[in-house]
Write a protein that binds this ligand. Structure first.
Ligand SMILES: [Fe+2]
Length: 174
């Protein structure tokens, strides 16, 4: 059963605020990749698309002496931790099933190993899909965060993905 749609998640002001920082186009492309991967691997398309859509919502800026410092940011980055927390709070607020919200939060927490040694993580299929979906859309120098998409197109893509999820759930209710 599905408790919250991607359209509801995407339309919430909290999602809008953070996704516009880390890149709406990147978030949506990842959600589409996650849909394909989840379908192929028999993982919940509902959870995989939400994890991928929200995976970067923990991004923040790191300033030193009033200036953005990318190297310091890289060194001290905890966007996966912040993202997991923000996504969890948002999903619970929207009425998500608490177990789903927890699984999505963990998928976001483990979507990158920039702050943790890879060998320490043994990812679940959902966590692996979230990481792969992100990597599939990565561009060198972090350019994927700056790709633009207009709002009308973004919402149309989110709505279409919602329909694809509903269809898939009818056939494969995971
Ligand atoms: Fe990402």
């Amino acid at each position: 059963m599905r408790y919250v749609t991607l359209t509801e998640v995407y339309s919430h002001r909290i999602a809008k605020k953070y996704l516009s920082r880390s890149g709406v186009a990147h978030a949506i492309t990842c959600a589409y990749h996650a849909f394909d991967l989840a379908k192929e691997r028999k993982v919940s398309v509902d959870l995989a698309t939400k994890s991928a859509l929200l995976h970067d919502m923990g991004h923040y800026t790191w300033y030193k002496n009033g200036r953005w410092d990318y190297n310091l940011y890289k060194q001290n980055d905890i966007h996966a931790i912040k993202g997991a927390e923000r996504a969890h709070k948002l999903l619970i607020r929207l009425g998500e099933n608490p177990q789903y919200a927890k699984d999505i939060a963990f998928a976001i927490l483990f979507h990158t190993d920039s702050y943790i040694k890879d060998s320490f993580i043994k990812r679940t299929p959902l966590q692996e899909i979230t990481k792969l979906a992100d990597e599939m859309d990565e561009e060198t120098g972090g350019l994927h965060h700056y790709r633009k998409i207009d709002e009308e197109k973004a919402i149309a893509l989110i709505k279409r993905l919602d329909e694809m999820i509903e269809e898939e759930i009818k056939v494969n209710p995971l």
